[in-house]
Design a binder for this molecule. Structure first.
Ligand SMILES: C[S@@+](CC[C@H](N)C(=O)[O-])C[C@H]1O[C@@H](n2cnc3c(N)ncnc32)[C@H](O)[C@@H]1O
Length: 248
């Protein structure tokens, strides 16, 4: 079968080599999502312990380590963790990695971290309640959860671009209220591995139900690099950022 076809059996583990190469060669979208997440953490993280949930090949984990944090990245994909560990052998940032499921966090002790970061990963966990229960458990009282997800309003299943009558690109969104697993049919799309669509309210209500205090949200417009590569994205936020605190 041609490699440009989407395999209906693709998973994050089967596309891990492709994803790692995409990020290694420079992905403006991934760097933008990393940077909006990093922007809500202190610049100086010495002495802070951080769990990076769904770390993939470690783009965010490495950046947190570079700020001085004691950081562990976890991901259920063994191949992603191999890539993260290979990068660590080259760069020696101090980041650690483990294979783990964000819905369980079996490798992480209770009340042990100051921050949980989750860059573009909570939209991949099959059970959001389980992931928030696990994040709540490993955070020390007052610790913070910061996560990004593809903006659920504009990146709903099978959303597409079209030209309006004025020739200006417009996002066409349907299927917003139908939550659940879906797979992009774009052979170059990260979401060909499949991911979970949830309404914006589902994320926010789940945080409240799990006792998190919502501290901030952001919907930043695409940065200059993304907008230069994809001008149609200039007026729509590709990602939603959420910052929440565990009650003491
Ligand atoms: C879009 S990648 C993001 C990786 C990285 N955070 C980044 O910004 O490049 C999504 C990641 O979520 C991970 N993932 C999927 N299911 C997960 C789960 N149950 N728990 C934690 N991570 C999961 C995937 O293996 C994948 O590495």
């Amino acid at each position: 079968m041609s490699s440009v076809w989407v395999l209906m059996t693709d998973t994050w583990n089967t596309i891990a080599d492709w994803y790692a190469e995409l990020l290694r060669t420079g992905s403006a979208m991934n760097e933008f999502s990393r940077d909006i997440l990093l922007d809500c953490l202190p610049v100086e993280l010495s002495g802070r312990s951080i769990l990076d949930l769904g770390c993939g090949e470690g783009i965010i984990t490495r950046a947190l380590a570079a700020r001085g944090a004691r950081v562990t990245g976890i991901d259920p994909s063994p191949r992603m963790i191999e890539h993260a560990q290979a990068a660590e052998r080259n760069l020696s940032t101090g980041a650690c990695y483990a294979i783990d499921d964000g819905c369980v966090l079996a490798t992480v002790a209770t009340d042990s971290v100051d921050w949980v970061t989750a860059g573009l990963s909570l939209n991949n966990v099959p059970d959001l309640d389980a992931a928030l229960t696990a994040a709540q458990r490993v955070l020390s009282p007052g610790g913070r959860l910061a996560f990004t997800i593809p903006h659920p309003c504009f990146e709903a299943p099978h959303a597409a671009w079209t030209d309006s009558a004025q020739g200006r690109p417009r996002r066409v969104v349907g299927d917003y209220v139908s939550e659940g697993f879906w797979r992009s049919d774009n052979p170059q799309g990260v979401r060909r591995a499949g991911n979970q669509h949830r309404q914006l309210s589902t994320y926010l209500n789940a945080l409240v139900a799990h006792g998190f205090l919502l501290e901030a949200t952001a919907e930043p417009a695409a940065g200059p690099q993304v907008a230069a590569e994809q001008p149609q994205r200039a007026q729509l936020p590709p990602f939603l950022l959420v910052l929440a605190r565990r009650r003491t």
